[in-house]
Design a protein around this ligand. Structure first.
Ligand SMILES: Nc1ncnc2c1ncn2[C@@H]1O[C@H](COP(=O)(O)OP(=O)(O)OP(=O)(O)O)[C@@H](O)[C@H]1O
Ligand SMILES: C=C(C)CCOP(=O)(O)O
Length: 239
C-alpha cells in the first residue's frame, strides 16, 4: 500500500485565495495513470482553498458554523478538481470527505476504515483531504490537516510507502537539501511561505517523527519517481 499526500503548496498558490495549480494536478493524475500502483490512497492538502477560511472566520478560536461549512465546501471544490483530473486519465477516484467520515475525541483521530477498505476492494483510489472535523469531546470543529490524515491512514493500512509531495525539493537543513532528517534536525527547519494554519514544513517533519514511521518529502515534479520507488527528496527517518 502507498499512502501519499499532495501538499497544498504544490497544487494551489498559498499566497492567494482559491488559486489552483491545475497543471500540477493533471500531472499527478497522469503519473498515477502511467505507474498504476496496485493499492494507493491519495490525500491532498487544501492550501488556499482551506487555510484562508480558517483565518477569516477565526475557526481556531471560535465556533463559527458558517465558516466551518464554507471552509468545507471549498476543500470539496478542490477535491472535485482532483477527482475530475483523475477521471480524465481513466483512473477511478473515490472522494472521502473527512467532515463526514473522521471524528476527533480530545484531538485524537478516529475514522471509518470500512469506507476505505471497501473502496479499495472495488478498485477505487480513495482521495481524501485536510478538512474541518468535529471533536465530540469539546463539541468544537477543528482543523484536521491532510498530514495527520496521511499518517493515520498509513499506520492503519501498514503502508510500505508513505510520501508527502510539496513545492520544494525536500527538507532543507542549514540551507542544504538533506537526504535524511531525524529528530536532531528539527530545530533547523522553518514553517511555510504562504498562509498556513497547520504548521508548515516544521510541523510536517515533527508529525512524521512522532508517528514513528519513515516517509519521504519530495517535489511534486518527482511524483512519478516516488511511485516508481526512486529515492526522491528527503527521507524523514524516525526509527
Ligand atoms: N527547512 C525547510 N525545508 C523545506 N521547506 C521549508 C523549510 N522551511 C520552510 N519551508 C517551507 O515549507 C513549505 C512547505 O510546507 P507546507 O505546509 O506549505 O506544505 P504543504 O504540505 O505543501 O501544504 P499544505 O499544508 O497546505 O498541504 C515550503 O513551501 C517551504 O517554503
Ligand atoms: C485548513 C483546513 C481546513 C485543512 C488543512 O489541511 P492541510 O492543507 O492538509 O494542512
Amino acid at each position: 500500500m502507498i499512502v501519499v499526500k499532495i501538499g497544498g503548496s504544490a497544487i494551489t498558490d498559498k499566497k492567494g485565495f482559491k488559486i489552483v495549480k491545475i497543471d500540477s494536478i493533471e500531472r499527478v493524475a497522469k503519473d498515477i495513470a502511467e505507474v498504476r500502483p496496485r493499492k494507493l490512497i491519495l490525500v491532498h492538502g487544501v492550501g488556499s482553498f482551506g487555510h484562508p477560511f480558517v483565518v477569516k472566520y477565526r475557526l481556531k478560536e471560535e465556533k463559527n458554523l458558517e465558516g466551518v461549512v464554507r471552509a468545507h465546501m471549498s476543500c470539496k471544490e478542490l477535491n472535485a478538481m482532483i477527482c475530475e483530473a483523475m477521471l480524465m486519465y481513466g483512473l477511478k477516484p473515490f472522494p472521502v470527505h473527512p467532515l463526514l467520515t473522521f471524528k476527533l475525541r480530545g484531538g485524537k483521530i478516529t475514522f471509518d476504515i470500512d469506507i476505505f477498505e471497501k473502496a479499495l476492494e472495488e478498485g477505487f483510489i480513495p482521495v481524501t483531504h485536510g478538512d474541518m472535523v468535529y471533536d465530540v469531546e469539546d463539541r468544537f470543529f477543528k482543523v484536521l490537516s491532510g498530514d495527520d490524515i496521511t499518517l493515520k491512514l498509513a499506520k492503519a493500512f501498514k503502508a510500505e510507502k508513505i510520501g508527502f509531495a510539496t513545492d520544494v525539493e525536500g527538507v532543507y537543513v542549514d540551507g542544504k537539501l538533506a537526504d535524511v532528517v531525524t529528530w536532531k534536525d528539527l530545530d533547523k527547519i522553518g514553517f511555510s511561505k504562504g498562509v498556513d494554519v497547520t504548521g508548515g514544513m516544521r510541523s510536517k517533519v515533527e508529525k512524521i517523527l512522532r508517528s514513528g514511521v519513515n516517509a519521504r518529502i519530495f517535489s511534486i515534479s518527482k511524483f512519478k519517481g516516488f511511485l516508481s520507488c526512486e529515492e526522491v527528496g528527503t527521507l524523514v527517518k524516525s526509527d
